[in-house]
Write a protein that binds this ligand. Sequence first.
Ligand code: ZN
Length: 300
Amino acid sequence: MEILLYWKEALKLSSIEESAKRIQHHEQQLRCPICHQPIRIGESNKLICTNRHSFDLAKQGYVNLLNQPSDSQYDKKLFASRRQIITETGLYHLLHKKIAEIVAENLPEAGQYMILDAGSGEGSHLHEVVKSQQEPTVSGIGIDISKEGVKMAAGQYKDQMWFVADLANLPIADQSVAVIMNILSPANYQEFKRVLVDDGLIIKVVPRSDYLAELREAIGKKEAQAYDNKKITSLFGEHFQLIDVISLTNQVELTAQERKHLSQMAPLAWHADQEKIDRFVHGSSGNVTVDLDVLVGKHS
Ligand SMILES: [Zn+2]
């Protein structure tokens, strides 16, 4: 029993130490979320800034940089469903492949660079994209306001850095990341502009009109919540030079269990009539459409 406890403690410590090393390697690219001064890994594997603001690494290896708990309503169940859908079904394979291609085409082959996923949730999109990069010097940094999401990301994906933080106050130093991904998630363009290097890339993914059409139809929200991304695209164009818009449409057959996960991860279905959800889950066709625009931008 004692030996078991010893090993548990040892494992916990090594996870923190490994994360601390990873963060230390990138500490010049980080900044204190309170005073915006440089921050580094100090004694006892804490993140500490020049004004002595300090933040503990959690045992999973992430750091919570929020002053107060967020009121994020996203819970464990949602993130577990999201992970199942992203990693176990092919729903987003085409998207990951396309993002990896865009990054490879637009960034110089050599050199170290960092990919930020702003609004990373439980981390699977970032993990899939970083995994597909040929270059071993690519590092991933995932930031989300939801502690549950970040905790789950850090527990599973040990090669990336994970922070609970506000997108309006990124813990990242000016001009530090080469790629920003912002997938089906709100943006903060002022902050994105600040942290992106001069020749960096921003990749924002927004829904098109048929995104999850089958689920939205089943719960009677397809008409009520029509996806029109014109406004988002034009706002994006006000902040960045839009260099490409790539439309991706694919259909994937999901099992009933997978359809259930999908209904649990999609906020639009949370307050829907259970009967309608059940009809979607157990319906005869399991086809689900992913219909997205990938906006690619650079500093204007
Ligand atoms: Zn500080």
